[in-house]
Every structure is written in structure tokens, then in C-alpha cells.
Design a protein around this ligand. Structure first.
Ligand code: UGA
Length: 436
């Protein structure tokens, strides 16, 4: 089928590439000319395992195209997927301005009947507005239908998550729209759940917020474990055998980050408020997460007289491993606090440094400074204190003995529970982690 995809971020690009992979004829549209050139040369603008191989393969088959010329991409498309961002507004609501721009462009460009599919995460009811908006602005006498098809991929495993999704959710208001989406997804051979549009929109938030709740719950329990002498790792293990609870997303740590959970919890809270409802569970989840993010810093602050002039090793910058994304990463807030306190930070991350430099340019910042290093051991050399913020394998590989040997004071605050308490103690490291 002839498909156009608006937006080439995680959602749009990965969807476009995977549609081409299963045999559709796909044109990815982006406003950025330079980005289009990069993608045409088979280079991925995002850090995503396996994506570049599929781009190169499908660029070569002639099934995958990129353009800034939205009018030609949308004119004859049978389906147009919208995968642009819906960032958070200061009040916690979702910013729909990128969606609106694409809708306007679709309305002025389509020349044939076409299905518009909203993949971006949007508040319940947005698809109705999208349909009305496009219909109101159409230039030609064509039939447009709008469907919801939320995305469940996680960064770092986006291609795998798309090709092997647990399920495809489609939300439609007509048999024709449902049939067309079924046809598009048929080659994936995955279970399809077909519901009404508003339910599809809600499923996306309900899933993300449930997972975020699960993490906040584990963090809350972890904090209590610390106070009563239990070990959250053992507790999580014991819980994981119960199939009703499940074994994934039970890792306590320094709170969730990224471009989705923080934004989607606030957006659902906002939607509830708008409808006169207090969504207490999600509100609690957000509060616990906010507190959790600076937990390690506050623990360290209780132990230290000052951070002023100290060498502070920071291992891990990204919001999780397998990505170069620092959005809402717990490291960011902690680095700000450390800099305010005059710390000289030596930061290591295998993928996040270029983006970190945009936010914290190398050199002096306020009372403190930041230096980026290529090897975790360089960060640890003569350091007074170390913080672990991301669970990268490269950080996990650093042996307990290395902290003792390399650091001036072997003092480690680990927000990811990468090490066993005993191995750190045996190595002579003063070690603080979460919930143990
Ligand atoms: C999340 C969802 O997992 C995807 O299903 C969804 O499609 C995506 O948001 C989205 O809405 O686009 P993502 O943000 O890429 O994906 O990352 P996750 O792997 O879910 O991790 C989110 C955060 O939770 C990370 O900071 C991670 O470190 C943290 N986390 C995760 C924990 O603290 N503990 C856990 O047990 C699991």
C-alpha cells in the first residue's frame, strides 16, 4: 500500500521503515532538508539498534523514500500516518501544535480518498478533532477518515518492538477504516485489537501510566525497605513469580525518565482534571517519581559537608541504557544540583555525551565544572565520590575493586543497583544503593 508518514522521530521513522520492510511503499516526510539527505544516504538520525540496517536495505529496494515535499507525499497516499511529537506544555497538557500543522498540510494536499492514522500519543478525543479539522480545511472533494493507532515501542528496542509487538491497537469509527488498517498490519502477523477511537487513545495512556505506576510503586516500597531492613531486590524477585504481577518493570532505582512516562503521566492527570476528576493513583506516581530522582543526591548530601571543589564521577547520563536520549533523565537534575554545590564533575556515558554537551557545555558552569571522559575509569581516577545514574553494560563491567583502587575515597551512590552489597563491601567500597 502507498503510505506516507509525517515525522521522522522514534515513532514516525521506525514505523515507516518497518512498513517498508513488510512490503509497503513508504514516503517519510520531515521539514528538515539536511535530515532527509542523511536518511537518504542510509544513516539514521536517531540512535536505535538495527534501524540503520533496515533503512539501507529498504532504501535499496526502492520501497522507502524521504522528502520535505509533503504535498507530493500526501497527494496520492492511501494512508497517512502522523508520528510527530506531542511535547509537554508548562501546565502538563499535551502540545498539539505539530499535529495541527500536519493536519493543515494534509487537508491542502490530498487528492484522493485517504485514511489518516494518528500514531502520536494524543489526549482522548483528539482524533475527533483531527477529523473535523481536516474535513473543515480540505481543498479537494475527497473522503478522509481518521483512525487511532497508538505506538508501544520503547527506545533502544524500537525496531524489535515494532516487528514483534505484543499487539497492534487500532481505533476506528467505520468498517472501511478498520479494514484498511487491518490490511496494512496483516503482513506483520501480529494480534490486532480493534476498538473505538477514544478507547484506543486511552489504551496508550493507560499502558504507559500503569508501567510508570509500577515503577513508582517499586520505588516507594524500596524506600520503605531501607527503613525496615528489607532488600528490594529480594522483594522484587519474590513478587515476580506471581504471574498476575509479572516479572518486568519491577526495578527500583532513581525514578523513570524519557520522553514518554513523565509526559504521559502529567497529560493523563491534566485530562482527568479537565474533566473534573482527580486521578489519585497517577498523581501519587508523579509525586513519588519527583522525589525519587534526587534521592541519591540527598543521601550523599547527608553524608558530605560539601561538594565544593570535589571530583565527582558521574557514570551514566541517559535516561536508560540503549539510547542517547537525556530527556527527563534523572542525571540532569542531579548534575544541576551538584554544579550548584560547586562540584567538579567527570561524566561518562557511552552514547549520551553529545546531547549532554548541548545542555552542559564542557568547562566551568557556575560554581562547578563538567568534563566528559571516554572511559568510566577516567572518571573514577582520584574521585571523591561517584554517582551511577544509568544501567549501561559498560558501567556494570567496572569491577568493585576498581572503585577501591582508582578513587580517592571509594564512596559510591548507585541509583541502579548494579552491584551486590556484599561484593562492594568485600572490595572495601562504601556503597549506597536503592531499597537495600
Ligand atoms: C516507554 C514504554 O515502555 C513504551 O511501551 C512506550 O511506547 C513508550 O514509552 C512511548 O510512549 O513512546 P521508553 O520511554 O522508551 O518506553 O522507556 P522504558 O524502557 O519504558 O523506560 C522508561 C523509564 O523507566 C526509564 O527511565 C527506565 O530507566 C525506567 N524504568 C523502567 C525503571 O526505573 N524501572 C523499571 O523496572 C523499568
Amino acid at each position: 500500500m502507498k503510505i506516507a508518514v509525517a515525522g521522522t522521530g522514534y515513532v514516525g521513522l521506525v514505523a515507516g521503515v518497518c512498513f517498508a520492510e513488510v512490503g509497503h511503499d513508504v514516503t517519510c516526510v520531515d521539514v528538515d532538508e539536511a535530515k532527509v539527505k542523511v536518511m537518504e544516504s542510509g544513516v539514521s538520525p536517531i540512535y536505535e539498534d538495527g534501524l540503520e540496517e533496515l533503512m539501507k536495505k529498504n532504501n535499496a529496494t526502492g520501497r522507502l523514500h524521504y522528502t520535505t515535499d509533503y504535498a507530493s507525499a500526501y497527494a496520492n497516499a492511501e494512508a497517512i500516518f502522523i508520528g510527530v511529537g506531542t511535547p509537554e506544555m508548562p501546565d502538563g497538557s499535551a502540545n498539539l501544535s505539530y499535529i495541527a500543522t500536519v493536519c493543515r498540510q494534509i487537508a491542502e494536499s490530498v487528492e484522493h480518498d485517504c485514511l489518516v492514522v494518528v500514531k502520536s500519543t494524543v489526549p482522548v478525543g483528539t482524533n475527533d478533532k483531527v477529523e473535523q479539522f481536516i474535513k473543515d480545511s480540505l481543498e479537494k472533494d475527497v473522503k478522509i477518515e481518521v483512525a487511532s493507532n497508538p505506538e508501544f515501542l520503547a527506545q533502544g528496542t524500537a525496531v524489535h518492538d515494532t516487528l514483534h509487538a505484543a499487539r497492534i491497537i487500532i481505533g476506528t469509527e467505520s468498517k472501511e477504516a478498520e479494514a484498511k488498517l487491518m490490511e496494512i498490519y496483516e503482513p506483520f502477523g501480529l494480534p490486532i485489537v480493534s476498538v473505538k477511537r477514544r478507547s484506543a487513545e486511552m489504551i496508550k495512556y493507560a499502558c504507559n501510566d500503569f508501567l510508570a505506576l509500577k515503577i513508582s510503586y517499586m520505588n516507594d516500597i524500596a524506600n520503605l525497605c531501607e527503613l525496615v531492613g528489607a532488600d528490594i531486590e529480594d522483594v522484587a524477585k519474590g513478587m515476580s513469580y506471581d504471574a498476575r504481577i509479572g516479572e518486568r518493570f519491577l526495578n527500583a532505582g532513581i525514578g523513570f525518565g524519557g520522553s514518554c512516562f513523565p509526559k504521559d503521566t502529567k497529560a493523563l492527570k491534566f485530562l482527568a482534571k479537565q474533566n473534573g476528576y482527580e486521578l489519585k493513583t497517577v498523581e501519587a506516581c508523579v509525586d513519588v517519581n519527583t522525589r525519587q530522582k534526587t534521592k541519591m543526591f540527598n543521601k550523599a548530601k547527608d553524608r558530605m559537608i560539601t561538594f565544593d571543589g570535589l571530583k565527582v564521577a558521574v557514570l551514566g547520563l541517559t535516561f536508560k541504557s540503549g539510547t542517547d536520549d537525556l530527556r527527563e533523565a534523572p542525571s540532569v537534575e542531579n548534575i544541576k544540583l551538584l554544579l550548584e554545590q560547586g562540584a567538579n564533575i567527570y561524566a561518562y556515558d557511552p552514547a549520551g555525551v553529545p546531547r549532554a554537551k548541548q545542555q552542559f557545555p564542557e568547562g566551568t558552569i557556575g560554581r562547578g565544572s563538567i568534563t566528559y571522559v571516554d572511559d568510566p575509569k577516567e572518571a573514577l581516577e582520584r574521585a571523591n565520590i561517584c554517582f551511577v545514574f544509568t544501567e549501561w553494560p559498560q558501567i556494570r563491567e567496572v569491577k568493585p575493586a576498581s572503585y577501591k583502587e582508582l578513587m580517592k575515597t571509594p564512596l559510591v551512590y548507585d541509583g541502579r543497583n548494579l552491584y551486590g552489597l556484599k561484593e562492594m563491601k568485600d572490595a572495601g567500597v562504601e556503597y549506597y544503593s536503592v531499597g537495600r
